[in-house]
Design a protein around this ligand. Structure first.
Ligand code: NAD
Ligand code: WQD
Length: 339
């Protein structure tokens, strides 16, 4: 297939682009590089031994978007492009609604004009809000608790309405749990700009000496060790989930929702310990108050993805930490210092 990957220079997009190339698909990446570095794509090309067409275009640039959709005859779009920092979305809601919701509307209008009606969308477990009803399956009520999460919920609504209005559309809404890890080569990985928002990249930066210690948000949750539990999923398992979803849409029209998680939860302390094992030294931490808005426990019921797509996550927390560490050790300052 010929696939347009929006946000393909970013963390999950670059790993998925590599998997698509290895699976024999042709890929064009569209990204404005607002949270990424084109070096990721150079390395994807090197790993795959194949080229990736890259267009530095913003989803808010309708003319540029139309030009890319007219230049190639795409079979499908995988739509990763978006802003994803929860705290920033609370401070700058208009930026998030503009970039994520308007950007997606522009993309969908452009796809319709170009006659491309297959899309795999990066949604998030954040649409379930701070529900502690675990495991979460796809019919759990949606209740996003911040502007970032509400952009995901709104885009899910837009895509569901579109699929209902025009049965030619083929739409997959993939609700990722907590992506972690890196490609096993250590050549590509997560490269947060500024202070990491998520646990794994923060732990990795402490382990490599860029930061002093991890702050554990809350040790008084009703969990075995008192710290929050999440469903960490290896980014390469996530990449495989996108390819499985594309394959499914090949033979089916409609709107489909799948959780992409492992179905297993790990606590913050288990993650810190596993990362210490991978790095060969303990990762320093301190306890602090809970972070507002956090659920105690969140993990997926991934049964629907297994039943419909034949997909499940195989990699363990230990592998995620080993691969994340290999990337961080080889690229202590991410891509920027390498170019
Ligand atoms: P990322 O920031 O590494 O990648 C997103 C990419 O989109 C970046 O390369 C950025 O430059 C690009 N982008 C943003 N706005 C754009 C615009 N207007 N036009 C063109 N390009 C634009 O993030 P990621 O972790 O790879 O996440 C990918 C997708 O998955 C996002 O939609 C995110 O919301 C979603 N998601 C991420 C997580 C996570 O924890 N990483 C969890 C659930 C869902
Ligand atoms: C995981 C656990 C924290 C950092 C977020 C978004 C969600 C999705 C994934 C995009 C929690 C604890 C964290 C730290 C800590 N992203 N923690 N110290 O909150 O489950 O989900 O990322 O869609 O939308 O909300 O992930 O990695 O921030 O936190 O103790 O420095 O680690 O309290 O228990 P979260 P996270």
């Amino acid at each position: 297939m010929k696939v347009l990957v929006t946000g393909g220079a970013g963390y999950i997009g670059s790993h998925t682009t590599l998997s698509l190339l290895e699976d024999g698909h042709d890929v064009v990446v569209l990204d404005n590089l607002c949270n990424s570095n084109a070096e990721s794509l150079r390395r994807v090309e090197e790993l795959a031994g194949r080229t990736v067409e890259f267009r530095q275009i913003d989803l808010l640039d309708v003319v540029g978007l139309d030009a890319v959709l007219a230049e190639f005859r795409f079979d499908a779009v995988i739509h990763f492009a978006g802003l994803k920092a929860v705290g920033e979305s609370v401070a700058k809601p208009l930026l998030y609604y503009q970039n994520n919701v308007v950007g997606t509307l522009n993309l969908l209008h452009g796809m319709e004009r170009a006659g491309v009606r297959t899309i795999v969308f990066s949604s998030s477990a954040t649409v379930y809000g701070a529900s502690d009803q675990v495991p979460l399956n796809e019919s759990a009520p949606l209740d996003a608790s911040n502007p970032y999460g509400r952009t995901k919920e709104q885009i899910e609504d837009i895509l569901s309405d579109l699929g209902a209005a025009d049965p030619r559309w083929r739409i997959a809404l993939l609700r990722y749990f907590n992506p972690a890890g890196a490609h096993a080569s250590g050549r590509i990985g997560e490269d947060p700009q500024g202070m990491p928002n998520n646990l794994l990249p923060f732990v990795a930066q402490v382990a490599v000496g860029r930061r002093d210690k991890v702050t554990v948000f809350g040790a008084d949750y009703p969990t075995p060790d008192g710290t929050g539990i999440r469903d960490y999923i290896h980014v390469m398992d996530l990449a495989a989930g996108h390819i499985a979803a594309l394959g499914f849409l090949n033979s089916r029209c409609g709107v489909f929702r799948w959780n992409l998680g492992t179905g297993r939860g790990s606590s913050v302390m288990e993650v810190i310990a596993a990362f210490g094992e991978a790095a060969g030294h303990k990762v320093k931490h301190e306890f602090a108050d809970r972070r507002p808005g956090d659920a105690a426990i969140s993990y997926a019921d991934p049964a629907a993805a297994l039943a419909d797509l034949g997909w499940s996550a195989h990699r363990t927390l230990a592998q995620m930490c080993e691969d994340h560490w290999r990337w961080q050790r080889k690229n202590p300052f991410g891509y920027s210092k390498a170019v």
